[in-house]
Ligand binder design. Structure first.
Ligand SMILES: C[S@@+](CC[C@H](N)C(=O)[O-])C[C@H]1O[C@@H](n2cnc3c(N)ncnc32)[C@H](O)[C@@H]1O
Length: 322
């Protein structure tokens, strides 16, 4: 069973409205969730293989090394819900170690990629019910009902995806997770840690240009799905680390003065004008625990690699009672 929460014509209207609204701002912006159509998901998988992109292999190594301990923390008979599951690569070691898991719910906005991944997982894990949900995790959605009753649900949110949100939006997403989980629900989340800025900068400016393709894929999507006429060759990728705010800031930059048409709308670009596309916030463990505390989460345990590049945190929802 697959749960699709939005009908696609309605989704397209929302995409159009978001693009028009974003490009009409004094500082133009496009939301990073729109990176992920099938091509975007494939490009992201290629990014994960890059030498410069330490995030994926480091988080995977933490999962591989501590899967047993992490599974113990998550408990028996769980329904594991993964936010932004992508190719569910890091989940597999967890599914192998969990104690009598009842169901796995991969949740992603990138429908085609999610459904293909779910098919593969059904073959690999025939004893775990795989219940994909196509949804935007920043909006409300309901959990699917599994055949066997789980003892509880836990959310897995790897990939440093929470880092794409500014602090207030991150808190809203954590609050949504808290509401989904209820009292004592567990959240296992991957965060990228603050480190030498040159290492971070290289991760988002790879020599082979895959990150540039991924970033520009947003313009391809706007052309292909909404009928805009972006001349993609006339735009380029820019990613800078903002040391003060501890975050990567990613833009698409216009190489010349130009006009882009989208239906009845026209958008003018000056040479070097930017479209903001994504942040990736880098945290300390203490800083993230403080942020999550505002949504009622308490840090139970964390695991990191020997170079302290990345961390996986287990937090439990225990709101303060008035
Ligand atoms: C940084 S990738 C991480 C993928 C995978 N979890 C990993 O750790 O490699 C972010 C994933 O979240 C999904 N995603 C981004 N924004 C989303 C949203 N608002 N709702 C649902 N999925 C979203 C993307 O399609 C993508 O698969």
């Amino acid at each position: 069973m697959t749960q699709v929460t939005n009908e696609s014509a309605a989704q397209k209207q929302v995409f159009l409205a978001d693009v028009v609204q974003g490009l009409s701002q004094p500082i133009k912006k496009l939301q990073c969730k729109y990176f992920y159509d099938e091509r975007g998901s494939q490009l992201f998988d290629q990014i994960c293989q890059l030498d410069e992109y330490y995030l994926t292999r480091t988080e995977q190594s933490i999962m591989d090394q501590f899967a047993g301990e992490i599974a113990d923390q998550l408990g028996i008979g769980v329904m594991l819900v993964e936010f932004g599951s992508g190719s569910s690569t890091k989940t597999q070691v967890l599914l192998r170690h969990l104690n009598q898991p009842v169901a796995y719910v991969p949740l992603d906005i990138s429908e085609e990629h999610l459904l293909k991944t779910a098919e593969g997982l059904r073959i690999q894990f025939p004893d775990i019910e795989i219940l994909p949900v196509v949804a935007d995790f920043t909006k409300g959605f309901t959990l699917p009902v599994s055949k066997k009753r789980p003892s509880h649900a836990a959310v897995f949110f790897p990939g440093s995806t929470i880092g794409n949100f500014e602090p207030d939006a991150a808190k809203s997403t954590l609050t949504l997770i808290a509401e989904l989980l209820g009292q004592d629900g567990g959240l296992l989340i991957g965060i990228d840690l603050q480190k030498d800025p040159s290492i971070i900068h290289a991760a988002y400016n790879d020599a082979s240009g895959v990150t540039e393709q991924f970033n520009l894929n947003l313009l391809h999507r706007v052309n292909n799905e909404l009928g805009a006429d972006f001349d993609i060759k006339q735009f380029e990728h820019l990613a800078n680390y903002n040391e003060q705010l501890g975050r990567i800031e990613i833009y698409v930059v216009s190489k010349c003065n130009q006009v882009v048409t989208l239906g009845e709308h026209t958008f003018t670009f000056k040479t070097n004008e930017r479209i903001f596309t994504e942040y990736s916030h880098k945290y300390t463990i203490e800083g993230f625990a403080k942020l999550a505390a505002d949504s009622g989460f308490v840090l139970r345990k964390h695991w990191t690699d020997e170079n302290q590049m990345f961390a996986v945190l287990h937090l439990v929802h225990q709101p303060i009672k008035n």
